[in-house]
Design a protein around this ligand. Sequence first.
Ligand code: A3D
Length: 320
Amino acid sequence: MARNKIALIGSGMIGGTLAHLAALKELGDVVLFDIAEGTPQGKALDIAQSGPVEGFNARMSGANDYSAIEGADICIVTAGVARKPGMSRDDLLGINLKVMEQVGAGIKKYAPNAFVICITNPLDAMVWALQKFSGLPKNKVVGMAGVLDSGRFRHFLAEEFNVSVEDVTAFVLGGHGDTMVPLARYSTVAGIPLPDLIKMGWTSKEKLEEIIQRTRDGGAEIVKLLKTGSAYYAPAASAIEMAESYLKDKKRVLPCAAHLSGQYGVKDMYVGVPCVIGEGGIERVIEIELNKTEQKAFDKSVESVAGLCEACIAIAPNLK
Ligand code: A3D
């Protein structure tokens, strides 16, 4: 049986980490692509040389020409620019929209059957534009944000409760980062919802609010510390979890920026919702009932994503 082909479009900090993780997990052969000459080739060679030490079998290659991604089963897109201190994700919109146009054309030509995971920011708008530029089916183009946001939330909760991260589940909806909507009543420690844990005296409402805010600002906290770029280990791990669910038809239930065509009352936009990922791509969008407060927060998040999509249309009217 032929190995899967994994194309990584963008070979910067996240791209390199994705390649390393995909190799360690033997998810398939990896092609790194970038416009920067030498970067994808250098990273591919470096990771390949760790193969004999780590004991993995994965062919690694680097390229500056889209033809190298031909026939890819999966494409993970990180091409573009990342935040520096003082920048918001939205400041990246103009530059990264142009990048999505090129990436979309490359995927359309060489990997039209791939499952595409977009990571480039501002995420919810970039994945929306990438789907349109590429023309791929909507269930085959998805954005990574919720797995990362819930990973951050789970990490902070596990620290607060002094329990294993493995036993903490978190449920987040909405756009990436600042407008993320964490649903406390669906977030648990071994099945016990957070509101019950407050009643049990494990934490307070105020402390939980603090943790939620820190999760929303999770990306900015790292940008401030790193000074030269944004987070890459956890974003890469999150996208690999999604990729693995597709490649192995695991049917994981993961929060993803998925195309909505009426679910949650949203039409033709990508917003973070729980999804089933399997061999058919996004096989199902799970629609849950929201209470008034949750609906209000969700609507606000959708509004901010809609604003970003409008800003994209102002730059590229063909997206309409
Ligand atoms: P970085 O290390 O700068 O890598 C980006 C790479 O893209 C560089 O190697 C560039 O040479 C390359 N590139 C630029 N233009 C093009 C192009 N037209 N075609 C192909 N490649 C190109 O950034 P990074 O890896 O740290 O981050 C990548 C993206 O992910 C940024 O937009 C970040 O804001 C975003 N990001 C998203 C999340 C989410 O949770 C959604 C988290 C962290 C970062």
